[in-house]
Design a protein around this ligand. Sequence first.
Ligand code: MN
Length: 503
Amino acid sequence: MCGIALSYELRFLDTTLRDGEQAPGVSLSLDEKVAIARSLDALGVDVIEAGSAITSEGERKSMKAVANDGLEAEICSFVRVVASDVDAALDCDVDSVHLVVPASDLHIRIKMGSDRESVVRKAVEVTEYAVDHGLIVELSGEDASRADLDFLEDLYKAGVDAGARRLCFCDTVGVLTPEKAFQIFSRLSALPAPISIHCHNDFGMATANTVASLRAGAAQAHVTVNGIGERSGNASLEEVVMTLESLYGMDTGIKCEELYPLSRMVSRMMGVNVAANKSIVGENAFTHEAGIHVHGILADTSSYEPLKPESVGRKRRIVLGKHAGRSSVELALRDFRINTTEEQLNQIVQRVKELGDKGKRVTDADLQAIAETVLSTQKEPKVKLQQLTVVAGNTVTPTASIKLQVNGIEKLEAGTGTGPVDAAVNAARRAVCGVADVRLEEFHVDAITGGTDALVEVWVTMAIADRTITARGAGADIIMASVEAVLEGINRLMQLEEARTNG
Ligand code: MN
């Protein structure tokens, strides 16, 4: 793309709470919607599409709560070209409506059973109705990328005449290409109202298409956190923002260092994992394993990092595996305050590679255990499991009782949870409370084989204060594997704390 400077302020409409929530299996509670909206507002998006008011009573309650939360952003509802949709939006106290009008002949025929002229007439009618009731209207052409461009322009112009303040071009099925997007927006940016670009990611080009459209004159980007949305999702907020900031040197007005915390929050609340290799917010985006890369990173971070992890609120992570080199192992050991001779370091590196060769990712706890073996400083675990009982079923609250030895003292505790694993982990954490106030930051289960008797591997990330550690547990019993991983993490963290206080 040629470098056309933008002569106006770039705007973002975030639709995580509408198009994002339309992702399969996702449904947010009122509190969750409000929490995400607040974070989006703090991040600096201009418009929050909070949902589609016609959907349900629950949706309207949530949207009303968002609209009355005193946020700076404009709060918007999705509406179809139906007056009753606008009425539902009005019930929610929103500032604006995203009025979506079928624009391709295919959608006009299939969705509306109608023709171009009637669609324009209805769009005008509903736009006027919404404007008359005090709403800002963003008039959207649905399936615009497969629509006749001349017709689309007529539709947009009629909408602007009827009072629409903004327009939007929806690439509903993600078939746009960056070249096409640039061409189309070079033309549409001459329309009498600012126009948005709304892209889907069916071919993995949502970000590229969005950026190309903005470069050609689109005024606003529709995005979602983590690119979540129907099918392959929408243009991702973090990708579009960081592309503009880093590759085009633009100031988007977004608080970039809040991108990662928001990504985690949305993933947690929506129950949708982010792929490890997802740009910017994926687990591996700032993780290095290969020895040569780590060596480069240690010399100069820009050698293998196009972005500084801190710029999006993240930290660099070095993981160990079969590609680990001396530098990465040395770095990790230094982090654990473990000093070695050259010879010991070589031995540790070799054992790390052996474990990596078996297809294992080497956790922090693994590395500490290897180092202890090589240095022959095996430490007695501070926390030992003596007894665990878990009760679960369809009519009981999952409850666990646990007996631990903590620093030689017997501790008996009980805990409840949303399931047996949660109950057991809660009981374990209560038993060490006061001695080690650990947080469980991540919990991940892999079934290694297929059946209900599968061997499971549990990964945990745990923290005390600013110290984070990964540990693992494995076995055929998911509850025992989970407790094993958590206790291993607690033990390692306690050892590190001890090393820190001892200087
Ligand atoms: Mn969409």
